[in-house]
Each structure stands twice: as structure tokens, then as C-alpha cells.
Ligand binder design. Structure first.
Ligand SMILES: CC(=O)/C=C/C=C(C)/C=C/C1=C(C)CCCC1(C)C
Ligand SMILES: CC(/C=C/C=O)=C\C=C\C=O
Ligand SMILES: [Fe+2]
Length: 561
């Protein structure tokens, strides 16, 4: 697959690709080779390339391009991107604050097919990056595929070549090749590097896309979205899997590496400006013979928390080529659930407590509860908790996302789960419901906070909630964890992605900023919505000339100078 720029092609512009991604067709205009910048004016667009601007044109989406139509509702969210890359200026409705200067980057699975072969799970898709650049109240946008080895090999060979979240290349047909497969699995050679989940700005300015395989750490250029290459860890720690959500600050990156051979979890720190992870400590599994799934983990000012979910890695399922109900995992309630607390400075485990069974992808935040002498007596850790029910994983199969109608209320219930982990040697911790889940429609995932409050006592969380009936979270919700209330944003038939908080420079109030979310609308279109962080009311939307697939997580690269 060649790189895709818009090229002139008579009166229509097609991406210069031989693939069948489809195309955005712009009539009545011929552009020189290069990136197109598009300014909308209602239905009319002005297209400019770098050399000649502005020239009027009308954007006509190709009606033959697929979007999912369910009961008259078209939704791009669960449909693969239609071309490998695009760049242009968006039509802004409303007013974007002038202080908002910088780039929002969002990662997520955006291509769920290899030719005619269709992936089954949301998490399988090849990574698509989306970029929104805010300056002077205007928004330029782009999307581009991450060129992971897994993606390039699939496109070149027209078949699946690596193990994805739920997909595996076909089973070997004889014993010898089975042994080879085993070796490839345990050396990591057959694992995907499709970095389709997280995206972080390191303290040194590098931007890294992540998935749960260590090899799937890929550096990208935040301006062009170009894949720079694999982020090579310079240490000799190895490790095949890690959390998709490291805790990143200006000075360091902390992450957890589940260890399947010697069941437990390694906790490491990588100083900004280096590629070297150093071990902080290790915690052994308390229940079961395999570690629990660690999609994310919470940190406080002085501690790293390692969650041990009863949804555990399963050696048997890892080896299977065909999918199992819980993919690479198994639900082992008898193995119980634990929270481990590790001191950041020493690596010592200061608490390892049994907690009620839980299922979470995303921890929201955590902080230390202190007594009047300033000593930490407990840790409070909040997460998007799926009521200890693993069925959410099945609901995220593309077939389910594409086929349920709006009227079927099939999204399992979720809540803000609050762990209270005592530091006084008690053997158990608590798991409570932080606020009445009715306030957010009993849907809860894809959370963010004001990043300055990471690890500190905080009041506000932003997340996707539900307006029922629905089959997927369909609201943006601002949770006040002190008042135990929520404010919700909803647009009928639309699917918003993770609300991402950007603080106003100089702000002192926790919620003084804006919240960005990318929305797939019911007509097959898409836009970025901006909400005022305080009022949680919409202040602007920037419309794409096409609908984007659903994405997972974002990061913010501020414009300096
Ligand atoms: C998108 C998301 O939230 C999670 C993605 C997780 C992935 C791609 C996990 C991949 C894995 C394998 C390919 C084999 C080993 C286990 C595991 C890390 C689950
Ligand atoms: C999209 C999602 C859950 C939605 C359910 O409420 C989870 C995504 C996990 C990976 O980042
Ligand atoms: Fe995630």
C-alpha cells in the first residue's frame, strides 16, 4: 500500500491508492499533489491546498460507501475507515475558545477488515489516529493509519499474520508447526504490534501509541501522524504484555507488566528522555495461577496500585486459534480479587487486600486518604466497574454493536466503583458504588480527569454514560464525586467517544477547561464536540466531511510559544 495523498484526477479527487477503501470525492476542483485543507461553509466547502487558497467546492460523500444502517440509523462508528488518510479544515459551529491552542490526538481501532475478511471484535481493528489541531478558533483535522508490522503484513499478504485481541492466524495442521506456534507465542513473535488503544505524550515530547503487547509501542509524529517506528525499550527486562494505560507525567512513565510464567506483576518506571524501564518492584498473584487482566491501573502520589481481577489470563485460551467466550482470559471467581499497594519509592508492598469481585477496563483516579498528621491511612481508587460481569466483552463484538437496534436495551449495567483500601494491615478492602448509577444511565466507561489531579483528591470525572435503551454508551457525563451528581450530554442516535478534559491555562478550578469528544452521528457523519468543563454545555462542534470509526483514547499536545 503506497502512501495516500490527494492527487488531481480530472474533476474528482481520489486518494492515490490501489486499495478498495473507497474515496472522498470532491467535485469541480483540481488540486496539485499535496494535502488539502477544507473550510466548510454550511454545505459548501472551500478547498485550498498549500499553494492556492481559497477555491469553492462542494463536498459530495460517495453514497456507495458503507455505513451501518440500523433502523434508518446510519452510524460510521462500527465501520472501517474509508481511506488510509485524510487532512483538512473542519467547519466550526459555535465558538472555540482562543486559549485552546494545541493538538488533540485520538487512537483507536479503525479498520476491521483485511479485504473480504472481517474481524469480529471492536478491539481487533487496525489502529487509526485522529488529529484535531486547535488554533485561533479554527480546527484542522486529519486521520491516518498506524503502520504497525501487523497492519503492513496484513495489507501486503491480504491475510491476518499476527495474533490480535480476538483473532489468530489459522491453526497449524501438524505437531511440529504447533510446537513452532507455541515458541512464537512465548517469544512474542506471533503477537500483534497493532498499537490501537492508548496514546501518551512523554515528558520529553515523544508521542507513543500503545496496546497491551510490549512490542506494540509505536512512536508517531503528532504533526503528520506518520509512524516513526517501534519504540524500542533499551533495557533487558523483556516482558510480552503490559498495561495499555501507563501513568505518565512530565518526569516519568509507570507501568505494570503481568507475568504469566511466574504469576505476578512487575512494576516499572521509565524516566522521561530515556527508553529504559527500571524495575520498581514485583507483586506475586494472591489468587490463582495466572495474573488478572491489567488494562489499566491507578496511582496515587506515593503508591502504585496493582489490581488483581478474577478475569485472568488463560494459558489454554492464549494458545487457541479459535476465539473463546472470554478471548485470552477466563473468569475465575474462586481465585478471588485483590488490590495490591506498592510504594513508588521502595517497591515495597504496603497492602495486599482481598476485595469484592470486580470487572474493569479503566481506573479513573486514586488518592491517599490522610489522617490529621498527614499520614496515609487508606487509598481510595475509582474505576468504571461492570458489576463483576464479563458480558460487556461480548457486547463489544462488532456483530452486536452493528445489529442491535436503538430500542434494545442490551448494554450491561456499570457504575463508578470506589475501592477503599486500608493501609493498617487489614486483610480486606471495600468496593462501593460512588454515586447512584441512575445519574449516568447505568452505563460507565471511557473516563478521563483533569490530568493535574492524577493521584490526588479530586471531585470530577468525565466518562461515557447511557441514555437507555441503548447497546453502547451514548452520553457524555460529568460526575461530581463529592456531591454524587452527574450532568449529561446526549444527542439522539449519536455515539460519542471518550470525553477528554483540557484545562484552561492558568485555571485554578478543577473543571475550568473544555471537554473534547469525537462523535459519530446518526446520519453517518462525525464531528468533534466541545463542552464547557464547568457548565458541561456544548460550546462548539467541528464537523468532519465524513464519519469516523469509533476510537478509544486521546492525549493532548499543547502548543508552546
Ligand atoms: C483495544 C484494547 O482495549 C485491548 C487490546 C488488547 C490486545 C490487542 C491484546 C492482545 C493480546 C494478545 C494478542 C495475545 C496475548 C494477550 C493479549 C495481551 C490479550
Ligand atoms: C469501549 C469500552 C467499553 C464500553 C462499555 O461500556 C471499553 C474499551 C476498552 C479499551 O480501551
Ligand atoms: Fe482503555
Amino acid at each position: 500500500m503506497g502512501s495516500i495523498f490527494f492527487t488531481s484526477a480530472g474533476s474528482n479527487i481520489f486518494p492515490s491508492t490501489s486499495s478498495d477503501f473507497g474515496s472522498i470525492r470532491i467535485n469541480g476542483l483540481s488540486l496539485k499533489k499535496g494535502l488539502a485543507f477544507i473550510h466548510h461553509k454550511k454545505q459548501e466547502l472551500t478547498i485550498t491546498n498549500v499553494a492556492t487558497r481559497p477555491r469553492p467546492a462542494v463536498f459530495i460523500p460517495d453514497p456507495s460507501l458503507p455505513t451501518e444502517t440500523i433502523n434508518d440509523r446510519k452510524l460510521a462508528a462500527w465501520t472501517s475507515i474509508r481511506q488510509e488518510r485524510w487532512e483538512g479544515e473542519l467547519l466550526v459551529r459555535g465558538e472555540i475558545p482562543l486559549w485552546l491552542r494545541g493538538t488533540y490526538l485520538r487512537n483507536g481501532p479503525g479498520q476491521w477488515n483485511i479485504g473480504d475478511y472481517h474481524f469480529r471484535h471492536l478491539f481487533d481493528g487496525y489502529a487509526t489516529l485522529v488529529r484535531l489541531h486547535f488554533e485561533n478558533g479554527r480546527v484542522t483535522a486529519a486521520h491516518r493509519q498506524i503502520e504497525s508490522e501487523a497492519y503492513k503484513a496484513a495489507m501486503k499478504n491480504n491475510k491476518l499474520c499476527y495474533r490480535e485481541f480476538s483473532e489468530s492466524p489459522p491453526k497449524p495442521n501438524n505437531f511440529l508447526s504447533y510446537v513452532g506456534e507455541l515458541a512464537n507465542l512465548f517469544s512474542g513473535a506471533s503477537l500483534t504490534d497493532n498499537a490501537n488503544t492508548g496514546i501518551v505524550l512523554l515528558g520529553d515530547g515523544r508521542v507513543i501509541c500503545l496496546t497491551e503487547t510490549v512490542k506494540g509501542s509505536i512512536e508517531i509524529n503528532p504533526d503528520t501522524l506518520e509512524t516513526i517506528g517501534r519504540f524500542e525499550y533499551s533495557d533487558t527486562l523483556g516482558g510480552l504484555i503490559h498495561s495499555a494505560h501507563p501513568a505518565v507525567t512530565e518526569s516519568e512513565l509507570l507501568t505494570v507488566l503481568p507475568d504469566l510464567i511466574n504469576p505476578g506483576y512487575g512494576v516499572v518506571r521509565m524516566e522521561a528522555g530515556t527508553n529504559e524501564r527500571k524495575v520498581i518492584g514485583r507483586v506475586s498473584c494472591k489468587g490463582g495461577l495466572a495474573p488478572g487482566w491489567v488494562h489499566s491501573f491507578p496511582v496515587t502520589e506515593h503508591y502504585i496500585l496493582v489490581p488483581e481481577m478474577p478475569l485472568r489470563y488463560c494459558g489454554r485460551n492464549l494458545l487457541r486459534a479459535e476465539p473463546t467466550p472470554l478471548y485470552k482470559f477466563e473468569w475465575l471467581p474462586q481465585s478471588k480479587a485483590f488490590m495490591h499497594v506498592m510504594c513508588k519509592a521502595t517497591g515495597d508492598i504496603v497492602a495486599s487486600v482481598e476485595v469484592p469481585l470486580f470487572v474493569t477496563f479503566h481506573f479513573i483516579n486514586a488518592y491517599e486518604k490522610k489522617n490529621k498528621d498527614g499520614r496515609a491511612t487508606a487509598i481510595i481508587a475509582d474505576c468504571c466497574e461492570h458489576n463483576a460481569d464479563t458480558s460487556i466483552l461480548d457486547k463489544l463484538r462488532l456483530h452486536n454493536l452493528r445489529s442491535s437496534s436503538d430500542h434494545q436495551d442490551v448494554l450491561p449495567h456499570a457504575r463508578v466503583g470506589r475501592f477503599i483500601i486500608p493501609l493498617d494491615g487489614s486483610p480486606t478492602g471495600e468496593l462501593k458504588t460512588a454515586l447512584d448509577p441512575e445519574h449516568h444511565g447505568r452505563g460507565m466507561d471511557m473516563c478521563s480527569i483533569n490530568p493535574s489531579f492524577l493521584g490526588k483528591k479530586y471531585r470530577y470525572a468525565y466518562a461515557c454514560g447511557a441514555r437507555r435503551p441503548c447497546n453502547f454508551p451514548n452520553t457524555l457525563t460529568k460526575i461530581n464525586l463529592i456531591e454524587k451528581t452527574a450532568q449529561n450530554w446526549h444527542e439522539e442516535g449519536a455515539v460519542p467517544s471518550e470525553p477528554f478534559f483540557v484545562a484552561r491555562p492558568g485555571a485554578t478550578a478543577e473543571d475550568d477547561g473544555i471537554v473534547i469528544s469525537m462523535v459519530s452521528d446518526k446520519n453517518g457523519g462525525g464531528y468533534a464536540v466541545l463542552l464547557n468543563g464547568i457548565t458541561f454545555k456544548e460550546i462548539a462542534r467541528a464537523e468532519f466531511p465524513y464519519g469516523l470509526p469509533y476510537g478509544l483514547h486521546g492525549c493532548w499536545v499543547p502548543k508552546t510559544g
